[in-house]
Design a protein around this ligand. Sequence first.
Ligand code: ZN
Length: 68
Amino acid sequence: MNRGHIPERTCRSCGRKGPQFGLLRFVVIGGRLVAGQLKSVRGKGIYCCNENVCRERLSRNKKVLKAD
Ligand SMILES: [Zn+2]
């Protein structure tokens, strides 16, 4: 039975796909990654696994940081 669409997001660090709630959301503000759970944080949302390895790599990803 189809219980509805679960939004899927892709980790910008490792490319793994997962349900939205399983990934951390960040926003690029002024070339820096800011945890963007708050709706008040504006900007382009970036999703990343909840793992230090992925977050570390993402924070050094110039391509991602330039997306602002
Ligand atoms: Zn990842």
